[in-house]
Structure formats: structure tokens, C-alpha cells
Design a binder for this molecule. Structure first.
Ligand code: SF4
Length: 324
């Protein structure tokens, strides 16, 4: 039997978002684990998934990293790395008490929010953190200060209901990977109710989250020829990936789907789509984007276009212990 010629396949245009995928904080965190493995040899322990992506975690496991959730799972003479999401102050304190050697892969943009929280606390302000309960970044940020110093707000309704101790001594900070639009709505309520509330000097939602959401909006804009379905490559526990799906849905792209790998693609749901947007969360490696494009080539005659909203050139230094 003859192979089917590629041009017998139905045509489809894949619209690749730029920027997409790895951000500078994720890139740095992965490099910290890889370089620690080279410098110290395996095993190197990592507290929590270094970034929220199974592919990345399994790749590092093959190289000798051991992932744990808490320090009590680590032997006394081990080396440990804290994940990009940041940790409560109690975690390095426990590591020091046990004389564990640790490296902190917290993204510098998360550390910036930690410093802001401390500054507000020292100035006697009650702090409102806008974020998602249970996310490791939120646990880490709240854990910079004593219990009760930071109140968590997740929704506009929470902002409407919030009762501060003193409305004139109030500040807000945010998780770095939130929806830009949802956060603006919550901040608007807080500023209407508490005009004196102190705001971050520079937006806490990071450049990578903002740019990836802007690219999705551009891909799903309805002004002709844009994507009529969208795939976000990322993990369900990746906040910035989940926000990309929501941003696309709110922009009117009802066929917005999160996929971890090409095997997750719901082909029947794409039926009739002629332009499919593809993006990747900040913790999803480019190799998975390539895998998804290859999977499309098996089903369609593919044309690839890139839609670029900005170029990123951010990079962060590695910890001093790994330099030189
Ligand atoms: S998504 Fe933003 S805050 Fe999180 S690691 Fe990347 S750059 Fe840092």
C-alpha cells in the first residue's frame, strides 16, 4: 500500500505564540539543579518540583536529582535545593539547624515580593496577598512573616468582604503568575475601598506571565484570521499555564485546552479548526512544543506561523556557590 502523500492531509495553520515556554526564573532553577549535580555529584535533593513540569522533573531525576516534599525526607549529610516558587523562612532555618547544605532556586522576581512584604511589615502595615490558596509560592510568601501578618485574597468577592485592622495602614502584594485582568479587578476593589493602600512600586505579576498572556490575547483576538482553537502546553499545577487557558477562554476562544504532552491532544475537539494557536507555560520546555507540532504533522498538512508580541532578554545569575 502506498503512503498517504502529505498534501492529502487536511490543511491547518499553527500559530506559535512568542514569547512562550521557559522564563528566566525557570531556566535558572533548572540550571541550578543541573550544575549542582555536576559540581557535587548525585544525589542532589530538591524540595518540591523544581518547576511545575513532569518532563523537566523526570529528566532531572534521570540525572540524579531526588525530589521530596519536606526536609525530613532528606538525610543529614545531603545537599538540597529549594524550588523556583520560594519557601517559607522556616525551611532554610530548618536546613541550617540540621547543617544541611542548601541552594535556593527561588526566582529573583518571587524574592522581590518577599522583600516587599518584609518592608511593609517593618513599616507596620497589614498586608493583603492576592493569590491562590495552597500554591507553593503563596505558602512561601506568607511564610516570610509571622502568622496573621498576611491576609490572602483570591477573588473580587474576597476583596469586597475584607475588613482590615486599620485601612490607613494597608499594603497589597500579589503572586507573580496571576491573570493580569483578574488581578486588576481585585486591585480596583481594594483601591476603591481603601484609597490609602500601598501598591507595589513595580508590578508583582512577572514579565513572563504578562507577556505570555498578551501573546495569547493577540492570538485569540477576533479581528480576522486568528486562532479558532488554542493549545497551552503545561501542567495542571502550573499557575501561569492555567491562566493562559483562562485568558484564551475569556477572549472568546472556547476551544482552549491544556495539554502536558502531544498524547493529551483531544483531536475530535479540534475538528473543523483551520488555525490553532500554540503556546507553552513558563515551566514547559520547547521540546514539548516540537512534539506537539510533530503530532499535528501526522494528522494535517501543517503551515507554521509565529505571532510575536515582544522579545524577552531577561536572565538571572546563578548562586555564587555554583559560579567559578
Ligand atoms: S514565571 Fe515569573 S516569577 Fe515564576 S519563575 Fe518565571 S520569571 Fe520567575
Amino acid at each position: 500500500m502506498m503512503d498517504q502523500a502529505p498534501n492529502d492531509l487536511p490543511p491547518i495553520t499553527l500559530l506559535l505564540a512568542n514569547p512562550r515556554g521557559f522564563c528566566a526564573g525557570v531556566d535558572r532553577a533548572i540550571q541550578i539543579v543541573e550544575q549542582a549535580l555536576v559540581k557535587y555529584g548525585p544525589p542532589v535533593y530538591v524540595r518540591h518540583e523544581i518547576v511545575h513540569n513532569r518532563y523537566v522533573v523526570e529528566d532531572l531525576e534521570r540525572k540524579g536529582a531526588i525530589f521530596v516534599e519536606e526536609l525530613d525526607e532528606i538525610p543529614d549529610d545531603a545537599r538540597v535545593i529549594f524550588s523556583a516558587h520560594g519557601v517559607p523562612k522556616s525551611v532554610p532555618a530548618t536546613a541550617e539547624a540540621r547543617n544541611l547544605f542548601y541552594l535556593d532556586a527561588t526566582c529573583p522576581l518571587v524574592s522581590k515580593v518577599h522583600v516587599e512584604a518584609e518592608r511593609h511589615f517593618e513599616a507596620g502595615r497589614e498586608i493583603v496577598l492576592i493569590g491562590h490558596a495552597g500554591h507553593p509560592e503563596v505558602i512561601g510568601t506568607m511564610g516570610q512573616l509571622p502568622d496573621g501578618a498576611v491576609a490572602l485574597i483570591e477573588t473580587v468577592a474576597d476583596a469586597e468582604a475584607f475588613e482590615p485592622k486599620n485601612p490607613d495602614k494597608l499594603a497589597f502584594i500579589t503572586q507573580t503568575t496571576l491573570s493580569v485582568d483578574d488581578t486588576a479587578s481585585i486591585v480596583a476593589v481594594l483601591q476603591r475601598r481603601f484609597p490609602a493602600i500601598a501598591a507595589p512600586h513595580k508590578e508583582d505579576i512577572c514579565y513572563a506571565t504578562t507577556n505570555r498572556q498578551a501573546a495569547v490575547k493577540a492570538m485569540t483576538a477576533r479581528d480576522g484570521g486568528r486562532a479558532d482553537a488554542l493549545l497551552v502546553i503545561g501542567a495542571p499545577n502550573s499557575s501561569n499555564s492555567m491562566r493562559l487557558v483562562e485568558v484564551a477562554e475569556r477572549a472568546g476562544c472556547t476551544r482552549s485546552m491544556l495539554v502536558q504532552r502531544a498524547g493529551d491532544i483531544d483531536w475530535p475537539r479540534l475538528a473543523g479548526a483551520s488555525r490553532v494557536g500554540i503556546t507553552a507555560g513558563a515551566s514547559a520546555p520547547e521540546i514539548l512544543v516540537e512534539e506537539v507540532i510533530d503530532a499535528f504533522r501526522a494528522h494535517y498538512d501543517v503551515t507554521v506561523e509565529t505571532l510575536s508580541v515582544t522579545e524577552e532578554n531577561v536572565s538571572f545569575k546563578l548562586p555564587r556557590a555554583l559560579m567559578g
